[in-house]
Design a protein around this ligand. Sequence first.
Ligand SMILES: [Mn+2]
Length: 316
Amino acid sequence: MNKKKNVQLALAFDDKYITPFYVLLASLFINNKQNDVVIHTIVSGIADKDKDDIIAYVQANSGEIIFYDIDLDYVSKLIVPEKEENPLTGAMYYRLFFPFLVPSEVQRLLYIDVDTLVVGDLAGLATLDLGGKTVGAVTDRDMPVRSDIGIDSVEQYFNSGVLLIDIAKWKAQRISEKALKIISEEPDLIKGYPDQDALNMALRNDWYRLEAKYNVMRLYVPNEVPKRRFEEFLKDQKIIHYNGKKPWFSDCEHRLRHVYQQYARLSPRPAAVAVAPVVLTEEKRKMLRKARAVEFYFDHPELVAVWRRLKALVGR
Ligand SMILES: [Mn+2]
């Protein structure tokens, strides 16, 4: 197969995400050496020097990167809900603009959030059969049924962190226009995850269900697998998505947060990566302690067996 530009990626971020962006790039290049990667990028708030460094890093890995300018004033006028847990930025809307920006030779584009890692070969996505649908995406079963936005089953709601886009269909169906109209005209409807809700409304019955390995959210990680066996699990996965708490904060509950640290050490900015302490309420501290205890239990089945035997011995 002709490998020429066979992986077309779209990434969007702002200055707060430059380090995770580098970690994502490191994971991408390590696992896609055999591919010819083009990265389409919308970025805001970073210095020219940062941009030059990014270009140099991509080129050193035989990739190509294109930066696009969009009207940030316009985007900043779109609603960004206040979220204490998980601050959102206007950058979530950038994904809506890519289909109009990329060169016409690009027929299929893989948009991924920058709170992700690419842990597998992405070559197959260029030719994957989308069953005639406009995008491929992964079901987000963590959500309650969204009948409020006209979606009647959990299976019908997708996560917008990974979108395999058929550009011609997207334009023909006017998906960006529909989503932006919903965002600006029905803000009350989509308070939680506006871009994701709007895309789910605009693409209702027009998306193909990709296997979970293309967007491994927290809910798709088998928590009971001991950490030392995750390498095996990761061999079959393509994209890890740190939805919810981010792995660069101390309260992250994603079972694969250590994988982020592994790739961070291989990124151009290992010194910038550390787990930032988060101030927790007493209640959240308790929940986190419990989550960590459960992980310990799963990670050390042999210790748990010993402990059980001891308990039996002392007659509890
Ligand atoms: Mn995300």
